[in-house]
Design a protein around this ligand. Structure first.
Ligand code: GTP
Length: 595
């Protein structure tokens, strides 16, 4: 155990974690040169296409140092704020962290938030100044920023380039030297923390764990403490480039367990594995509950696929512990699920994973934050969907979630950013200079104003030179109203939204205009109306198509006609009929495009 080192790599998005991980794998010959491909650990298609890490990935390396072989368990983590729950879980499996900072960018918002997560878990931090090969790298300035931030010596900061391979050996040596070996007693009763899991339709659910105490042997009878279920440890092993079976693993190690579990709900990330015959009296402290930031309904496009969608969501949840959901019914859409996401990127990724990994076609409805309604008898109601909002005469007041936002930017953008935040009903709380050029600002803002398109706006006004991180700080009274949408006189509950009264008229008007653009023309006029209570506040019409598109082909080539029909069918993906009106996915997300 004295030669085991468990560490993760944390950084702001795009500062080069995955590339640096590639170099470590290469240098330790964990991956042969010919098998090497860029961002090797980002093995999900979606990650490769988007160039971002969504999941944490664990891999074991062997490294000879001062005449001994060290076992290094590396966990690569995502950088985007929506996936910070992944980071916090990975941290729980480690004793140290490489904190990567891009030498051309300096410290950014998630550098700070991820660092605090790591410090909170008592990890040894090794700061790494990365991308020093870049001609516009500013090693001195960024070194000063890092020294200020973590209070280390400039000499503690390693210089590296994941691109050229500079500094890789020094990083590996520092991992062996500075990160403490795991503590724990291999003879004690078994205590292993489940930090992730993957659904595998052939082998059953794969559980990833970190052993805190004790020893697990192949064939042992084990128990998951939260569920009380018992299994045989059919296969255990370490996570190399592929899974490598072992007969025995003990305290300090990271690995996988397969025991033929088929039911997704039997595995809970954060649970403790112990022995049936000699159980530990104490479960390891699990993970803090996830706090979803955005809620939206997910509905199958084909109503008959509801059960299949449920089982797909259960399987996806295994691999995405930050996804929460419960059944929901919509008058317009029928049976579906109300889901909580950590942000809009997370929501998009969930929808895409359901489609790619489970072959489902789904519609996500208008996203919303959670509100509190305080009733006339002071009872509190949580509102995760506009349809749950009580009539105004039944409540005293509404509260909306507030966040503390941290924005780091260049000093020239301070003015425009303050204007943007004020426009979003924000309050500035603080401002401090990291260097003469770079400023850190703190705001308090309503979550509903920033969760949808704030970051895009921030990037536009700062030409990309701003980073954002935020956390919930509580609920505050707000004058919110429910805005309903009717199509041809029929209320479509899945299009309702809760908005601030001061913005509601403008909002209703723009929403109707947007829907007019997005709803496909049909054989009849479609009246779009927005209302607050009984009062109609905006109206638009989608004009009927003049001619039947098929009529055009009349007498024409039959295959052309079929092609046209097929094309129409294709276009029907992610589309739901409500009454006689067809609503495409984009229409449900129209609210995101309203300023
Ligand atoms: P996320 O996982 O999405 O947070 O990103 P990441 O931190 O893993 O960054 P990634 O390794 O994907 O690198 C981001 C970009 O920076 C890629 O285009 C890399 O090619 C580039 N890059 C990474 N390291 C270096 C480096 O040392 N030098 C230079 N010049 N470019 C680098």
């Amino acid at each position: 155990m004295k030669n085991i080192r468990n560490f993760c790599i944390i950084a702001h998005i795009d500062h080069g974690k995955s590339t640096l991980a590639d170099r470590l794998l290469e240098f330790t010959s964990t991956v042969a040169k010919r098998d090497m491909q860029a961002q090797l650990l980002d093995n999900m298609d979606l990650e490769r296409e988007r160039g971002i890490t969504i999941k944490s990935h664990a891999i074991q390396m062997q490294y000879p140092y001062k005449g001994e072989i060290y076992t290094l368990n590396l966990i690569d983590t995502p950088g985007h704020v929506d996936f910070s729950y992944e980071v916090s879980r990975s941290i729980a499996a480690c004793e140290g962290a490489l904190l990567i900072v891009d030498a051309s960018q300096g410290i950014e918002a998630q550098t700070i938030s991820n660092l605090y997560l790591a410090i909170g878990a008592d990890l040894e931090i090794i700061p790494v100044l990365n991308k020093i090969d870049l001609p516009h790298a500013m090693p001195e300035e960024v070194t000063d920023e890092i020294v200020d931030l973590i209070g280390c010596d400039a000499g503690d900061i390693l210089h590296a380039s994941g691109k050229t391979g500079i500094g890789i050996e020094a990083i590996l040596n520092a991992i062996c030297e500075r990160i403490p070996a795991p503590k724990g007693d291999p003879e004690a009763p078994l205590q292993a923390l489940i930090f992730d899991s993957v659904f595998n339709s052939y082998r059953g659910i794969e559980v990833l764990f970190r052993i805190k105490n004790g020893t697990m042997r192949k064939g042992d009878k084990v128990k998951f403490m939260a569920t009380g279920k018992e299994y045989g440890a059919d296969e255990i092993g370490i996570l190399g480039l592929n899974q490598e079976p072992r007969t025995e693993m003990s305290a300090g190690n990271v690995g996988y367990l397969i025991s033929g579990i088929k039911e997704a709900r039997e595995v809970k990330v954060g649970d403790t594995i112990t022995h049936v015959s000699r159980p530990t009296p104490e479960a390891i402290q699990g993970f803090a509950d996830v706090k979803p930031m955005v809620f939206a309904g997910i509905y199958p496009v084909e109503t008959t696929e509801y059960e299949e969608l449920r089982s797909s969501m259960e399987k996806l949840q295994l691999n995405d512990a930050s996804l929460v959901w419960e059944p929901e019914t919509s008058v317009a859409l029928g049976f579906g699920f109300r889901c909580g996401f950590l942000g809009m990127l997370h929501m998009e990724i969930v929808q895409e994973r359901l489609e790619r990994e489970f072959n489902m076609t789904v519609i996500t409805t208008v996203p919303s934050v959670q509100f509190h309604a305080i009733g006339t008898k002071d009872q509190m109601l949580t509102i995760n969907a506009p349809s749950e909002m009580p009539e105004p005469n039944l409540i005293k007041l509404i509260e909306e979630p507030f966040i503390k936002a941290q924005i780091i930017t260049a000093s020239e953008y301070v003015g425009p950013i303050i204007t943007l935040c004020m426009d979003k009903r924000g309050i500035i709380k603080g401002q401090s200079y990291l260097t003469s050029e770079r400023v850190e600002m703190t705001f308090e803002l309503p979550l509903s104003e920033i969760v949808f398109d704030f970051f895009d706006k921030l990037k536009t006004i700062s030409r990309g030179y701003a980073s954002l991180d935020y956390e919930l700080i509580g609920f505050r009274e707000a004058d919110m109203v429910k805005l309903d949408v009717m199509l041809n006189g029929e209320k479509v509950d899945a299009l309702s939204a809760i908005v601030h009264r001061s913005k509601s008229y403008e909002w209703g008007k723009r929403l109707c205009e947007k829907l007019r653009e997005l709803l496909p023309r049909q054989m009849f006029d479609i009246a779009i109306q927005a209302s607050i209570g009984q009062k109609i506040i905006a109206r638009e019409t989608v004009k009927a198509l003049r001619k039947n598109v098929i009529a055009k082909c009349y007498g024409g080539d039959i295959s052309r006609k079929r092609k046209l029909l097929e094309k129409q069918k294709e276009g029907k993906k992610r589309m739901r009929s409500v009454g006689s009106v067809e609503i495409p996915q984009e229409a449900f997300l129209a609210v995101l495009k309203i300023d």
